[in-house]
Design a protein around this ligand. Structure first.
Ligand SMILES: C[S@@+](CC[C@H](N)C(=O)[O-])C[C@H]1O[C@@H](n2cnc3c(N)ncnc32)[C@H](O)[C@@H]1O
Length: 203
């Protein structure tokens, strides 16, 4: 078993159930609201906290080069197996520091943080934003979603506001290009009172 990374609590234990559930989630339905922000020319995409690689696989299928970062081995391994036919590069690395990735000194045109940011506490979020900004190419975009509502049992999750995130991004010279609050696409989550904030930033 991999070392437990702060923010990943609960995922390894529930991985078998989550893999089955997430396998049926379509990228298009999940990301309808941001589809027009995705570059149409081949780009370098970084998917942080990629789970089983739903976003990573969709980007690869669109013709992009994709690096998927996922610290929970119990999700990363099924993700690798599920998308074996794709040339996604998988990394065992984690926020807030992304030390392995940063050491490579690469820049990405799209950085996805889907349902990940609210797993970091305030100190970690303050540390992570400059790291993410440093990985963004000059014309790149950061697309993120924040979950609001009840916290599933065993998970470590914080109520993170759009305002705080926008402020942290602004400190790194990142401009807000999208800020939309939506209901959950999943009926189950909607009934449970889950909603989402979708944010996107450019330099
Ligand atoms: C709700 S899942 C989202 C998975 C995927 N992005 C998706 O939308 O299908 C949250 C993911 O964040 C990962 N995660 C939690 N803490 C993390 C951290 N400190 N660094 C990187 N990823 C983390 C978990 O392992 C899990 O895969």
């Amino acid at each position: 078993m991999s070392t437990r990374i702060s923010g990943t609590e609960g995922y390894a234990e529930e991985a078998r159930f989550l893999v089955e559930r997430w396998k049926n989630i379509s990228f298009e339905s999940q990301h309808q609201i941001v589809l027009d922000l995705i570059p149409t020319v081949t780009s370098k995409v970084l998917d942080i906290g990629s789970g089983i690689g739903t976003d990573a696989a969709a980007f690869f299928a669109m013709g992009h080069q994709v690096v998927a970062v996922e610290p929970t081995e119990e999700l990363r391994t099924p993700g690798i197996e599920l998308h074996m036919e794709y040339g996604i590069e998988w990394l065992d690395d984690s926020l807030p520091d992304l030390s392995i990735l940063r050491a490579r000194k690469e820049a990405f045109d799209v950085i996805m943080l889907t349902a990940v940011w609210m797993h970091l506490d305030e100190v970690q979020r303050c540390r992570a934003m400059p790291v993410i900004a440093s990985l963004l190419s000059a014309a790149g975009i950061i697309i993120m979603s924040l979950r609001h509502g009840p916290v599933p049992n065993g998970r470590r999750m914080f109520e993170v506001t759009a305002a705080e995130t926008i402020e942290l991004a602004a400190l790194q010279g990142l401009q807000l290009v999208l800020n939309i609050r939506t209901q959950s696409v999943s009926i189950e989550n909607r009934i449970a009172g889950v909603s989402w904030t979708r944010l996107a930033f450019r330099r």
